[in-house]
Design a binder for this molecule. Sequence first.
Ligand SMILES: [Zn+2]
Length: 593
Amino acid sequence: MRYSDDIIEEVRSRNDIVDVIGQYVHLQKKGAYYFGLCPFHNEKSGSFSVSGGNKQMFYCFGCGAGGSVITFLMKYDNLTFQEAVKQLADRAGIQLPDEDNSPAAKQMRDKKQVLLDINKEAAKYYYYQLRSPNGQKGMEYFRERKLSDETMQQFGLGYSNITSDDLVRHLRSKGYQDSQIIEAGLASHDEKFGTHDKFWNRVMFPIFDASQKVIGFGGRVMGDGKPKYLNSPETPIFDKSRNLFGLNLAKSSRAGYMILCEGYMDVIAMHQAGFNMAVASLGTAFTTGQAMILKRYTDEVILSYDSDEAGTKAALRGIGILKDTGIKGKVLDLRPHKDPDEFIKNEGKEAFEERIRNAESTFFFEVRIMQDRYDMSDPESKTEFYRELAKKLVEFEEAIERENYIEAVAARYNIPVEDLRSLVSSYAAKAGMVRPAQRPQSGIQKKSQPEDGAKKNQRLLLTWLTDEPAIFPKVTQWVTPEDFSDDLYRKVATEVFEGMAGSNFSPAAILDHFPDAEEHSLVAEMFNTNLVDIETREQRKKAFRDIIIGVRQAGYQRQKTLLKPDDPEFLTKTIQGKKELERLSHADISPDD
Ligand SMILES: [Zn+2]
């Protein structure tokens, strides 16, 4: 369903961006802007800005994320444009026109919505297959894993048949095209087999996003086929690095912490035993993006990885990511069992609760792993271990925390506390008490590209116009949208100039005309480029003059490139351009009267 521009504008104007974002991010007013910690990248200083008033935009000077109140919700809650509009309409009590379900309207719908619909339909199909005679093998598998009917229903578990194209046929019968089914990640196409199901002969685990929509699947093969686990590929609706299995349920848990485990079955077994705070990363290693999402719901994460070497490695990696994200981490010790599923089956719920209570701090976990490398019966090796221990203690930035750990470590490893303290002090002195180098973060970082001076002037002009529409008449004395050098800039400038001339200028509306994610953030940048500090009237005039001349120069360059050098017009234009720029250099260009 596409809503009209008028409706969208009403929704936007009745949801002030500062109020809406203020519900998710703690904002502080600084001058004309509000600032807070960016929810889209990990940072300690607030480079995330929100502008209310006429501008109605957010922009992060750290990672470049930017947009309107609608695109903020899309990004934050992983919603489609339509869903975000709907949510904001509800918030403001605006009645939206009814959804149209005719085939024609369906065609028009956002691509993402179609992919969501296909995944939902597939989940329903797999669900019924599991409960039909076809699904007997799958049902036996789940029964053997001791899953109750209620649990199977809660997780929407299903089964993909042994035939290789029945889902494709089913989806076709619902009116979907092969290309859409393939894009949804549920089918592949090749010469030999045509379009065929991606999943077959597998028990199916639908993957829900936080708002309970199916965005992909994991499938475990029945028997010994390869691969044992197969996941949906990344699609426009399925970003593995920003979703977690079980989060749709765990986000309502009141435990105060989350348990991060390795696999689908771990999460399901834990929920069945009443541990509804369990989530898992999706067939990939735990990512910074996932940690950022967990941070929205909790500040403590207990890692519950397999007790084997691979699990230990994964836990050590996870600890680093949690630290970088500012989440307090602990590690669950499941020995002698392999994983949570096996532990709960053998020891029961109470014993598992006990292990949660006794979960080890990440520091002691790391130390324990480190200790395995040393032979504690050899004095030299033992001394070396103590040295490493002291070096690790130096990493605590806060004196009190460091002191607490020194005492705890001394007690645990039977080292006189004074000796350990002086060893730590000597390493601290050597290190100059400098903070250990930060791990390179795998999160989103702003692409650093050599700054294009011409474009920067154009961005500065657009930002200035947005922040101070009163200068528009002064700008139009010198510049037209045709002066903007690249296509995207020209499109945006045209909309800005038209909007301002017609006095219905809404920068957020212009931004929302560019739905493509990459263009959207480029346009957001055009409206949010930092002017150097302007304090005096002279500085203001000089900045304005430099920008106007810079934009005009780029404009002449562009006009020249539209002509061939042997075109007589080329020479005329060149001479005109030179004269014009010469005239500009003497002209009185000012943003004020
Ligand atoms: Zn950011």
